[in-house]
Design a protein around this ligand. Structure first.
Ligand SMILES: Cc1cc2nc3c(=O)[nH]c(=O)nc-3n(C[C@H](O)[C@H](O)[C@H](O)COP(=O)(O)O)c2cc1C
Length: 184
């Protein structure tokens, strides 16, 4: 196992943490097994995440989890994948070498010939810059709801709040996302 800073023991990023912006044509790709362990990463992922191939191979994808990301969003992601569906989501990541970066992720199940889900695939691109402040705001409110609660319970509570909050505007998460991208 390559030497890597433990995600759990890394300090919380300070205000001084810098942003690494994706170029408009960057496509950040990874594939995982059913547990979310990385089986493939493209060159763009390695560059943006500040990692080498040996550092990421076989590692859990939470390797680049940013502590400001609400568990409720990952709960939505795994629930959707578990239902055999694809999902688009805004994700804030933290590169191994420090900077944070925002992505608009598309995550899909990969099926074998019999239709069984055997793996997952994610392609990410730069989100609209205008989307970031409202996403940051909503995710901060979710994190607030998760604070002090056991992980699972917190994620369920914040996802329930998010669903209700968007529902009151007549939007699903995906519709909200495309409205922020200017595509709806
Ligand atoms: C294909 C795929 C791609 C993923 N990409 C990311 C990612 O870029 N960043 C991230 O934090 N989690 C990603 N995840 C989710 C992680 O597996 C994990 O659920 C998340 O980081 C929360 O980790 P934790 O619950 O252990 O804290 C991905 C999962 C899959 C299946």
């Amino acid at each position: 196992m390559p030497a890597l800073t433990d995600v759990q023991t890394r300090p919380h990023p300070t205000e001084a943490a810098t942003e690494r912006r994706l170029a408009p044509d960057d496509l950040v790709v990874t594939k995982t097994d059913l547990r979310g362990h990385i089986t493939y990463a493209n060159e763009t992922f390695l560059r943006v995440s500040g990692a080498s191939e040996t550092e990421v191979a076989g590692r859990a994808h939470n390797l680049i989890r940013h502590p400001d990301m609400p568990g409720g969003v990952f709960r939505l992601m795994w629930d959707t994948l578990g239902a055999g569906e694809e999902i688009f989501a805004y994700v804030l990541n933290r590169a191994i070498d420090g900077p944070f970066y925002w992505v608009l992720a598309h995550v899909t199940p990969t099926r074998d010939r019999s239709g069984a889900v055997v793996a997952y695939h994610s392609t990410r691109r730069a989100p609209s810059r205008d989307a970031i402040p409202p996403v940051r705001d909503l995710y901060a409110r979710m994190r607030e709801l998760e604070r002090g609660r056991p992980r699972r319970e917190g994620a369920e509570a914040s996802l329930a709040w998010l669903t209700e909050h968007l529902d009151s505007q007549g939007l699903s998460y995906e519709e909200w996302l495309w409205s922020l991208e200017g595509d709806l």
